[in-house]
Ligand binder design. Structure first.
Ligand SMILES: [Zn+2]
Length: 379
């Protein structure tokens, strides 16, 4: 199946270079060429003024956790059927919002694996997924979507069970979600437990991701070779140097602390910690941004609102173009997939937005056109 698309402007290649009056040829879900051309040659013409770009990738999500719902954390105790139905809606909503890929870092019942495979096989429409199966946390630790384990052999067993179910990632939860009042960040896993998970993952070619805000947990994860540190709200200058030295990827999720619309949907204790520590979290995240680590960006289950995180990253001092790469180019590199770039040879996951996202704040919200693997899902 092939098609041609005309656009008056697109963002080409890994540097998101603006090019005018282009034809994009698509065959079997892949971009086969991008070249100058005219409307007459195209099957589909995007209205003048719209900008075509790679689909967005939410690099930190959970399919059955929907942070748009009041009391969403409690809903993680729902039945498998309810959670699966919720995840189906989440996938549809994301796709229509131009999020053509998601990295889901912890769900129950292996529903993430099932949905990934159904989408892959074409029996379900949705963004492509990379998934982590059961997130692993300490018996006394944090993580609403995780399950509890204690001792390295328990972590090993669950790591292997995840891999038996063919997850793409292994995910651990090593610290709390928000900084503590006394300033000490508890660490809920031992160094040995972290090392065991990393060992198991690397022996089967999987990557590892850790929910981690800072403290001893951050040092364990970085030194033991965890691939992605999620959140990093409470990093110190020393932590930042460690992250840079080890080349660890940071997954920024700024909206959790910076988006006021999320607060009424969260428990009062969480709201209090966010309000108490927000300024300091922003200061620390800005210092991390300034150090230029390898990074990607995620909404942490605030489905469809990933574009807001771009604005928060800009507020934290990141260049707008760099932030855009964090949900496209760098996401593709992290997942090891040919996605996130509008260029020959990449998957035809494309969106068209109403203004140039390299210069216009808010341009990414509500794209007018969404294509997933060469199929138009919104226009
Ligand atoms: Zn999360």
């Amino acid at each position: 199946m092939s098609s041609t698309l005309f656009t008056s402007k697109l963002l080409w290649g890994p540097e998101l270079e603006a090019r005018n009056n282009q034809i994009v040829e698509i065959a079997d879900g892949l971009i086969v060429s991008v070249r100058p051309g005219s409307q007459e040659e195209a099957d589909h013409i995007l209205p003048s003024g719209q900008v075509l770009m790679p689909g967005m990738v939410d690099c930190h999500s959970h399919l059955a956790l929907d942070a748009r719902l009041p009391g969403h954390l409690g809903l993680m105790e729902d039945s498998e059927a309810k959670q699966t139905i919720r995840a189906l809606k989440v996938l549809q909503d994301n796709l229509r919002a131009g999020i053509t890929g998601l990295r889901s870092v912890g769900d129950r019942y292996y529903l993430d694996v099932l949905l990934r495979d159904m989408i892959e096989q074409g029996s379900l429409e949705g963004p492509w997924l990379q998934v982590a199966g059961i997130g692993m946390k300490g018996l006394h630790g944090h993580g609403y979507v995780g399950k509890s384990f204690s001792g390295k052999e328990e972590f090993r067993r669950q790591a292997r069970e995840n891999m038996f179910h063919k997850t793409d990632w292994l995910k651990i939860f090593i610290t709390a979600g928000a900084p503590p009042a006394n300033g000490h960040v508890n660490c809920f896993l031992t160094r040995e437990e972290v090392r065991t998970v990393v060992e198991e993952a690397s022996s089967c070619g999987l990557k590892t991701s850790a929910h981690c805000i800072g403290g001893q947990g951050l040092r364990y994860c970085t030194e033991e070779g965890i691939d992605v540190l999620d959140h990093c709200y409470w990093v110190t200058q020393e932590d930042i140097e460690l992250i840079i030295r080890h080349g660890t990827t940071v997954c920024f999720t700024p909206g959790v602390f910076m988006d006021d619309t999320r607060l009424p949907l969260c428990p009062p204790s969480h709201v209090q910690s966010v309000l108490r520590t927000r300024d300091e979290v922003k200061r620390r995240l800005s210092a991390l941004v300034a150090a230029k680590p390898k990074f990607v960006i995620g909404s942490d289950a605030y489905h469809t609102y990933l574009s807001k995180d771009i604005e928060y990253m800009v507020e934290l001092g990141m260049q707008r173009k760099e932030a855009l790469k964090g949900i496209t180019v760098y996401a593709g590199e992290l997942m090891g997939k040919n996605i996130g770039v509008l260029q020959e040879g990449y998957e035809a996951d494309l969106i068209a937005v109403s203004a140039n996202p390299l210069t216009e704040p808010g341009a990414l919200a509500d794209p007018a056109f969404v294509m997933r693997k060469g199929v138009v899902v919104r226009s």
